[in-house]
Design a protein around this ligand. Structure first.
Ligand code: OVV
Length: 405
């Protein structure tokens, strides 16, 4: 066993690469790692974790979307849930395969439907306008602490119907969930150390009585009342909202600001043509890949692009590398608001593709709309620093100034 899964031999013909994808420096600045991963072939074997890794768009897409051969029920991190007990009970939507997955997915798709996301646009925009107005009053502000973390922890718990909000706990729970997908390194251990303080609080907020009569929480519990899922399953799906709904959008907003602050010419194009907002956010997703990698587990002996893969193999799908694959996106290293990067893997693909994506787009769309309407220049006032995480590529600090339009 290595990192909670069965050790495998490198398949014939697959390059052995002694790299550590979870090195904090690599996590902070992954582009060279992504490029070398793609250059070495469709897969590499990484001995220190005994995994296969893929970073070309084609194979990453194939592995990531074929739920029959590459299952999620054995965990989407390095641990194989068939061989080791995970730190929390498995998610009943993320860490499960069809047909069980289809039942919970159906509930969540309805709760987070495009119609629901659209209905929230107005209130999202009111909150975004208010926040941007406040930041315009400051000479300089911390874009992550004062904007990216503030906005989703304000509007998302409200839309869920959470009665109690603790911004720090919400963000740190996300850090736990995503760091838990990596190896037993310092990042994972430090995150897990927060468990005794945070997990009981999270578990409490998932209960019916801690959710208001209106919101995603109530809608999930309505599915329990209708007999579609059990009361316990409703609580588990609320936990999924709290696991996946905060750090992802915090990261998306922070990275959108970073793209625009460091590419002022692209921001000018957005100001001239606000219709570009949506495609521009897709380009932010492609260019920054907020979830940089997720695993799958081969559940049978199989083959991808001529590479033999034995049952039980953990495959690290490096979404950040796939999203910067030059063979799919010419000049991939350029942030281009006109690109329209359909097929990026930032929100996954296939049956497990992000179920909250309509909502995420509505949140970030509101923030970008407020900014484009009110802000003339987005100025970077110092170095942007990244916050290493075993599964998320996110900024830690970024000093910005907004000048009014
Ligand atoms: C990290 C993550 C992503 C998506 C869903 C969940 C977690 C979940 O807990 O269901």
């Amino acid at each position: 066993m290595i990192e909670g899964h069965a050790a495998i031999e490198p398949p014939p013909g697959v390059p052995v690469w002694d790299v550590d994808p979870y090195d904090p420096q690599t996590l902070a600045d992954p582009d060279a790692y992504y490029a070398e991963l793609r250059a070495k072939g469709p897969f590499v074997y990484i001995p220190r974790y005994s995994v296969l890794a893929c970073g070309r768009h084609q194979e990453t897409q194939e592995v990531f979307s074929d739920w029959e051969r590459f299952v999620s029920s054995r965990g989407v991190g390095l641990q194989d849930f068939k061989l080791e007990t995970p730190w929390r009970s498995p998610s009943i939507i993320l860490e499960v395969d069809p047909p069980a997955h289809s039942r919970t997915r159906k509930v969540m798709s309805r709760v987070l439907s495009p119609k629901v996301a659209n209905a929230l646009r107005e209130q999202f925009l009111v909150a975004a306008n208010k926040l941007v107005d406040e930041l315009l009053e400051k000479d300089s502000f911390e874009a992550i602490a004062e904007l990216a973390e503030v906005y989703p922890t304000n509007v998302f718990p409200e839309a869920m119907g959470l009665r109690e909000v603790n911004r720090r706990f919400l963000i740190d729970y996300g850090a736990m969930v995503f760091n838990a997908l990596g190896p037993d390194n310092d990042l994972r251990r430090n995150a897990m150390a927060m468990g005794p303080e945070i997990v009981p609080w999270i578990t409490r907020q998932c209960k019916r009585e801690n959710l208001r009569q209106e919101g995603f929480g109530a809608e999930i519990y309505a599915a329990a009342d209708a007999g579609e899922i059990s009361e316990d399953e409703a609580g588990m799906l609320v936990r999924s909202l709290l696991s996946a709904g905060v750090d992802t959008t915090v990261t998306g907003i922070g990275s959108a600001l970073w793209c625009l602050a460091t590419n002022p010419g692209e921001y000018e194009k957005l100001k001239e043509n606000p219709k570009l907002l949506r495609p521009a956010f897709e380009e932010v997703l492609r260019f920054t890949s907020p979830v940089h990698s997720f695993c799958r587990t081969a559940d049978r002996d199989t083959e991808v692009s001529g590479v033999e893969i034995v049952a039980g193999t953990k495959i690290l799908c490096v979404l950040g590398a796939a999203n910067s694959d030059e063979t799919r996106w010419p000049d991939a290293g350029r942030f281009d608001v006109n690109r329209r990067p359909t097929g990026h893997l930032a929100m996954g693909s296939g049956v497990h593709g992000c179920v909250g994506q309509n909502l995420a787009r509505a949140e970030v769309g509101a923030v970008l709309t407020a900014i484009v309407n009110k802000v003339d220049k987005i100025k970077l006032n110092g170095p942007a620093r990244w916050r290493p995480n075993n599964a998320i590529h996110a900024l830690d600090t970024m000093p910005l100034t907004f000048t009014p339009r």
